[in-house]
Design a protein around this ligand. Sequence first.
Ligand SMILES: Cc1cc2nc3c(=O)[nH]c(=O)nc-3n(C[C@H](O)[C@H](O)[C@H](O)COP(=O)(O)O)c2cc1C
Length: 201
Amino acid sequence: MDLELARMPALERYKLLIGLVIPRPIGWVSTFSENGVANCAPFSFFNVISEDPPLSILSFNRRSDGAMKHTLKNIHRTGEYVVNLVDESTANAMHLSSEEMPESESEFARAGLTPVPALKVKHPRIGEAAAAFECRVERIIEFGPERELVIGEMLHLHAREGIVDPETKRVSEKTYHPIGRLYASRYCTTRQRFNLPGKLP
Ligand SMILES: Cc1cc2nc3c(=O)[nH]c(=O)nc-3n(C[C@H](O)[C@H](O)[C@H](O)COP(=O)(O)O)c2cc1C
């Protein structure tokens, strides 16, 4: 099958992109609203793109009423945010926190999560998350009215005890069990790993 993407309706393109480019990592972003309500939501148009400087990307579309997502609004206002990483133990809470809620209500409360003060940014990290990167906006790029790309510099990492070896800085396969986004409400674990010949860095 051959498909010319530019000639397809955006929704069909969306289905193809999120169905084929899988699994995607999930950036679970936590911020405070202007009124101090702790907000969090997952974003799977997310990845790391550089280690020097350490950069990650997030891409936002609009809420169902066409308004800017609260996370993006908070990022625009402050230039900062926290990207938490999702593992098996926090999968349900992450999924719950994706519901569209009024700005005055906290997804932390809805999903039973604990806001913990971050060290370098004014937003909270998610206490239950496997790891959290405190980020500062490097730049924001707009792609039409529906999409904005946030590139963030990752300033500080907090990792749950036992995930990162303090000496080697290697991440433990035994204690870190991240999940990936497939499409719609489908996710995958990362438990079936395999080797190919070659040296590790
Ligand atoms: C696993 C998962 C991944 C998602 N990825 C994105 C994404 O990459 N970009 C986006 O705009 N919305 C994404 N969403 C939807 C947002 O999480 C959802 O719109 C949320 O209500 C936004 O909350 P906010 O308005 O508090 O920022 C995703 C939802 C789920 C469950």
